[in-house]
Design a protein around this ligand. Sequence first.
Ligand code: ATP
Ligand code: MG
Length: 413
Amino acid sequence: MEVYLVGGAVRDRLLGLPVHERDWVVVGARPEDLERQGYVSVGKEFPVFLHPETKEEHALARMERKVAPGYRGFTTQFSPDVTLEEDLKRRDLTINAIAEKPSGELIDPYGGQRDLQARVLRHVSEAFVEDPVRILRLARFAARFADLGFKVADETMSLMKHMVASGEVNALVPERVWQETERALGESRPDAFFQTLRDCGALAVIFPEIDALYGVPQPPKWHPEVDTGVHVMLVVRYAAKIGAPTSVRFAALTHDLGKALTPQEILPSHRGHEEAGVPLVEALSERLRVPNGFRELAVLAARHHAVVHRAAELRPETMLKLFEKTDAFRRPERFNELLLVCESDARGRTGLENNPYPQAAYLRRARDAAAVIQLSEEDRAGLKGAEIGEKIRALRLAAVTAVKKEFAGKLAG
Ligand code: ATP
Ligand code: MG
C-alpha cells in the first residue's frame, strides 16, 4: 500500500502558507489492512481512518458515482484497485488535487501547480457537477484566496451556471449551506464568497434576500456606490478587514435586507427599511438554521443601525431606550459588536472608508456611565419595587446627559 499527502496541506505549502491540518490518501489497501496496522476507523459514510500515532485522517482512495440529485446523491466505490489518479479526479479543484509522495515528489495529473501559479480556481473534471457542495466550497476558497489574486476559471463558472440552472443547487441542505457560509464569513474576503455565488446564479437560490438588494438604488449623497448589493458587500468586506467576529460579519450581511422591500415611489430613500428588514432576517436565519447568537445580533443590527448612526442627535431618553432595547447593560460585549456592525455600515461605502465614526466611542462611553449606576442601601431606603427602578433610570439618565455634554463638539452633527 502507498500513502500520499493530499488536499490543503500540499496546496498551502506550495502557496507558502502555514499548514494547519494534513489529509492523506491510501492506495492499494483494504479497510482490514489498515486496521491490522493499528489505524482506527472513524464512522463516516466512506472509509476514513486515523493514524495510530499522528491521528491524522487517512482515506482509502475512492471513486464516486452519481445516483440521485443533490448532496449525498452518489455512491462511493472503494477498492484496492482504485488508482491515485482516479481518486484525485473526483476532487473538487485542481489546486486541491495534488498528491505528494513521502519522498516529496509531487503527482499532479490535473495541472494543480499550473493553476496555483496562475491563481485559478478550476474544477478537476466533469464530475464536479455531481455535488453542489462543491459550488459552496469553491466560493469559500474564492473568499480565502481573493487577496492572493485567485479567480474562477471561465469553464468552471459555466459549469456552475449549468448546475444552478439544472436545479442541482436546490438540493443543498440548510445545515451545509450555513456551515460553508459561516466558514466563508471567517475568511479574509467573505464578499468574494457571495460575489462568486452571485456570478453563477446560486445567490438567488440560497440567499434570495441578498440577491434582491442588487439593483436597488440608495441616495448617492450617503451612498456613492448607489447599489444596495454593492454596499452590503463593502460592509461585509470592511467588517472582515477589521477582523470583526463572524457574528458581526453576518449581521453586516443582513443589516439592510429591508431595502429590497422599499416601495418604488419613495426610492432612493429607504424610510422604514430597518424594521421592514427584521422579518427577512428572521426568515433567512430560520431557513438556514443560523445559530441564535448570530441571529440575535443580526436582528439588533437590522432594527437599530440607523439610530446608532444618529447618536449625536439622540436625546438622552432615546439613548437610554436604545440601551434598554438592545439589552446593552447585561450584554455589553454584544452591544460592542452591534457598534462594529454600524461602523462597518458607515465605512462600507465607496470613498467613505476612512470617515471617522465617533458614534461608537460616544455610545460606549454613555452605556458604561449608565451601567455603573447602583443604588446604595441609603438610596433604597423607603423606596418600593417600581420606585427603585425609576430611581435607577433617573440616575442613568443623568449619567447619559453628562456624557452628552462632555462629547458636545466632538461629534460631527
Ligand atoms: P482546508 O484548508 O479548509 O482544510 P482542504 O482543501 O484540505 O482545505 P478539506 O475539506 O480538508 O479541504 O478536504 C480535503 C480534500 O478533500 C480537498 O482538498 C479536496 O481535494 C477533497 N474534497 C473535500 N470535499 C470535497 C467535495 N465535496 N468534493 C470533492 N472533493 C472534496
Ligand atoms: Mg484539509
